[in-house]
Write a protein that binds this ligand. Structure first.
Ligand code: FMN
Length: 249
């Protein structure tokens, strides 16, 4: 058998030397041999699929994490940055987190949180959350350990409302207080609730923890501290921060 194959290869090579375009069809090396003219006629090897393009260099850059300077009259927020997570992934991640580390969120995260919750998203000045009769009844306050600020959507900044620690739960370094001045209790909750879910989805997308908690008991002290009108009621708060690792058993 070895001998027969050797003979066939020899004949095949002879055909090639003589300039003939095809060789013995029963040559076991036909088309497999790179020098064989039949190899040239063999179907071209399928091309490798093109590799997906590498993400743009700027997308790979580390995120800027500017610390928030609490205490002044105003905290100017930078342009809110987009997140690269899909809405589906964010929905998959959303859950209540009740235990936080002491790490404060960055100025960039604060900006995107507030814009997501209820910032201006259109030329006509309307917002990311819907609003019953477009009354824009909701205000968002950001309570730090040192002071509390009201979100001013027009200037996309935080304006100081009070000194001192007005965090309702003090479970996280920062807690968001949602108020509404709508003249109907149910609509108050719906208006603020839609904005709260925007914030929760941003947190889930950004790997931050949050939990919504109803305000309990008399809120008149807090209303006074935040300089709210009588019908502008604190409804619930949302702690925001980094989830603490589960306690060791
Ligand atoms: C209107 C409302 C009030 C809530 N109040 C509290 C609360 O006071 N304390 C708390 O720990 N969680 C509170 N939660 C969170 C719920 O306990 C939580 O959403 C529920 O257990 C489902 O868990 P999940 O958010 O992880 O899906 C509240 C949720 C809603 C919608």
């Amino acid at each position: 058998m070895k001998m027969r194959n050797g003979m066939l290869v020899l004949i095949c090579s002879l055909f090639v030397v003589l300039g003939m375009t095809s060789c013995a069809s029963n040559c076991p090396k036909c088309a497999a041999c790179p020098d064989c003219p039949a190899a040239a006629e063999a179907p071209a090897k399928a091309e490798e699929p093109a590799k997906a393009e590498e993400p743009a260099a700027e997308a790979k850059q580390a995120k800027t994490e500017t610390p928030i300077e609490v205490g002044g009259d105003e905290i100017v927020l930078p342009e809110p940055l987009p997140v690269s997570v899909t809405l589906t992934d964010s929905l998959k991640q959303r859950r209540s987190v009740r235990s936080y580390t002491e790490k404060m969120i960055s100025l960039e995260q604060m900006s995107a949180l507030l814009w997501s919750a209820n910032g201006i998203n259109r030329e006509d000045g309307k917002r990311t959350a819907p609003s019953a009769r477009n009354m824009q009844s909701v205000s968002i306050f950001v309570a730090f350990e040192k002071a509390a600020y009201r979100y001013d959507h027009k200037s996309h900044s935080l304006k100081k409302a009070a000194d001192g620690d007005l965090r309702p739960v003090k479970a996280a370094p920062v807690e968001f207080i949602f108020t509404s001045n709508y003249d109907n209790e149910v609509i108050k909750g719906i208006d603020a609730g839609t904005a709260s879910q925007n914030l929760a989805l941003y947190c889930a997308a950004e790997g931050l923890g949050t939990v919504i908690r109803m305000m309990r008991g008399d809120q008149s002290e807090l209303q006074k501290a935040l300089q709210l009108e009588a019908n502008d009621v604190p409804l619930f708060n949302m702690a925001v921060g980094y989830e603490a690792p589960a306690a060791q058993e």
